[in-house]
Design a protein around this ligand. Structure first.
Ligand code: C2E
Ligand code: CA
Ligand code: CA
Length: 581
């Protein structure tokens, strides 16, 4: 650079003053490296961001190496060595510095080396963070996440009143995959246009993520206003899709978060809660708006917590799980036939019922190890019970996830052998609804179990589709009539006749009937008119822990007492303290 050699050079002190002057005007970091004094001066705000000893320091190379991410140190040394040993004047290096928390941050450092008589005097330059989100988004034409973040900084002291409307295109990934990224980008641009078209003066809007947008209204607007805006945007998108002959079938969901629902008005909290609102809108079926509700969020957190507790319990050798047993009696002579194994979970000393966790186990696949564990527990229990009640059989519920994603038949046969039990000592309960969902898996499992001599019960009969066709095709050994059917039959003559007819028909097919959920004496008497082969319900005995079951239903028998049915319908709680009935 001839100019710099002939011109009078600016002094380092002047350059430092200039850096200070520019400091409030830019997010980038300006610097001057003085080779004469081996010192370095950088925009003061760099200190808040990076692990620097200060905005001014000596021993430049060593201190720069300290702030440089270890893997990039050699690259920096190489570049500095090269620039010092050649007549290059431009330094342009993309590498990583470490922020104050020690995390790597990508930077682009561009410097200009000023020489005098060929000797380096100083280097002036500018560092910018290339990883930092762009303030504006060139695809949608809207401002980006960083701009929203900056806008919110105006409200750190006083919480505004109004809303956040977080919009997300539904199934955007699959549109990108099917129609290409350019098409996807075009769609995002259109979406940007639609938002611009719909927003009112004073509202702010941003593209915050790949396929998500945020409209912010801090003018005291209500959730209804937010929903109206969402519907307006949705309508324009629908029109667009229609006008383009459904080339891409795209819809939009909207999560609405009211300012008053954000206790801690910070960026992370706003993003977290608005994300929840949008996810909820999508979970509820997409193409709809959802207004954030604290109770829904609490339920979501509770579920998340429970999911973690279940995962922990599985890896902790099933600690916290417990199998309860509910007696099943022969209706004819009130003798004990066996028991149904019903799973329970103890979370923080609270007894959690299957309705709250079976679905989570199914969704996470944990039902596979847990189901196997229940099977082993139940068979061990059956073996022990047979010492008192020969032929005691245990019923185990099997989920459709186990059927589809694991080899249940192998698990069952192995476990039967392990506990030295006959296949007919186990009754596998499968529900009708699961059956409809995954027909072929079920029929295969059904066939294999039958071939192996394991008994099968069709659970919850009367709740789902009640397809009689299945009865003939699958020929379960037992039909379990759900409590809802029983309840209907109690109050309605027509339903009772239907139940009676069904019961007769099932018997003609030589299948056995078990009536579930008999709660009262009245129900017992009415049901006795059918009569079912087996009876189960609170009236005869509630599900209880194994020691309680043994004490109530097995010890009286082992003591030589007559078969007793213990009326258990008075204490309705499922919580038992051991040794205390
Ligand atoms: P299910 O298989 O239909 O089990 C019968 C449910 O009815 C049990 O609920 C039982 O406590 C309840 N019950 C029994 N008698 C009465 C009564 O007289 N009145 C009323 N109102 N209810 C009665 P629980 O134990 O809460 O289990 C609910 C469901 O969770 C079970 O329904 C079953 O589908 C599922 N489940 C339980 N344990 C397991 C398991 O180990 N594996 C799988 N896959 N599912 C299980
Ligand atoms: Ca069952
Ligand atoms: Ca049932």
């Amino acid at each position: 650079m001839k100019d710099s050699q002939t011109q009078k050079l600016l002094g380092v002190e002047e350059l430092r003053q200039m850096i200070d002057l520019y400091n409030p005007c830019t997010d980038d970091y300006l610097f001057v490296l003085d080779f004469q004094t081996d010192s370095y001066y950088i925009s003061p705000h760099a200190r808040e961001r990076f692990q620097l000893p200060g905005c001014f320091f000596h021993d430049v190379q060593n201190n720069l190496l300290k702030v440089t991410f270890p893997e990039d140190r050699q690259a920096l040394i190489d570049d500095l060595t090269d620039i010092m040993s050649t007549d290059r004047t431009a330094h342009n290096l993309i590498y990583r510095w470490m922020d104050t928390a020690g995390r790597p941050v990508w930077i682009n450092c561009r410097g200009h080396l000023v020489r005098q008589d060929g000797k380096p005097v100083y280097m002036v330059g500018c560092i910018n963070e290339i990883g930092k989100k762009q303030k504006a988004d060139n695809v949608s034409g809207l401002l980006g996440e960083t701009s929203l973040q900056q806008y919110l900084q105006n409200y750190t002291d006083v919480k505004p009143s109004g809303y956040f409307l977080r919009l997300g295109l539904d199934n955007f990934k699959s549109i990108n995959a099917k129609l290409g990224i350019e098409y996807g980008d075009m769609l995002l641009r259109r979406m940007g246009d639609f938002i611009v078209h719909c927003v009112r003066p004073g509202q702010h809007f941003y593209r915050i993520m790949a396929d998500e947008f945020m409209v912010v209204d801090f003018h005291g607007s209500t959730s209804k206003d937010a929903m109206d805006l969402y519907m307006e945007i949705r309508k324009i998108l629908d029109q667009y899709v229609e006008e383009n002959h459904y080339e891409a079938f795209v819809t939009v969901s909207g999560g609405i978060l009211m300012c008053q629902d954000v206790q801690n008005f910070t960026w992370s909290q706003i993003m977290k809660l608005s994300e929840f609102a949008l996810t909820e809108a999508k979970t509820l079926g997409k193409n709809r708006g959802y207004v954030f509700k604290q109770e829904d969020y609490d339920a979501f957190l509770k579920r998340k917590y429970l999911t973690q507790a279940l995962q922990q319990a599985v890896s902790d050798n099933f600690k916290g799980f417990e199998v309860y047993y509910q007696p099943i009696f022969h209706t004819e002579d009130s003798s004990l036939s066996g028991a149904e194994a019903l799973l329970r979970f103890h979370s923080d000393d609270v007894l959690v019922m299957p309705a709250d966790f079976i679905e989570i186990l199914e969704e996470t696949g944990l039902i596979i190890p847990v189901g196997r564990w229940v099977l082993h527990e139940a068979l061990r229990f059956a073996k022990k019970s047979q010492e008192v009640v020969p032929g005691f059989r245990v019923n185990v519920n099997v989920s459709y996830v186990q059927v589809m994603k694991s080899d249940v038949v192998a698990d069952i046969m192995e476990a039967l052998e392990l506990y030295d039990l006959q296949p007919s000592d186990l009754i596998v309960e499968l529900t009708e609804s699961g059956l409809v969902e995954s027909d072929t898996y079920f029929t295969r499992l059904w066939k294999q179990l039958k071939e192996n001599g394991v008994q099968l019960a069709l659970d919850d009969f009367g709740t789902g589709y009640s397809n009689f066709h299945y009865l003939n095709e699958l020929r379960p050994d037992i039909i379990k009539i759900d409590r809802s059917f029983t309840v209907r039959a109690m109050s309605n003559e027509y339903e009772f006749n239907l139940l009676s007819l069904l019961s007769g028909m099932v018997k003609n097919l030589e299948l056995k009937v078990c009536v579930e959920g008999v709660e009262t004496e009245e129900e017992r008497d009415r049901i006795a008119l059918l009569p079912p082969d087996y009876s189960q319900g609170y009236f005869f005995g509630r599900p209880c822990p194994q020691p309680v079951f043994e004490e109530k239903f097995l010890h009286p028998l082992s003591a030589g007492g007559a078969v007793r049915i213990i009326l258990d319908c008075l204490g309705r709680s499922d919580t038992y303290s051991y040794g205390h009935i």
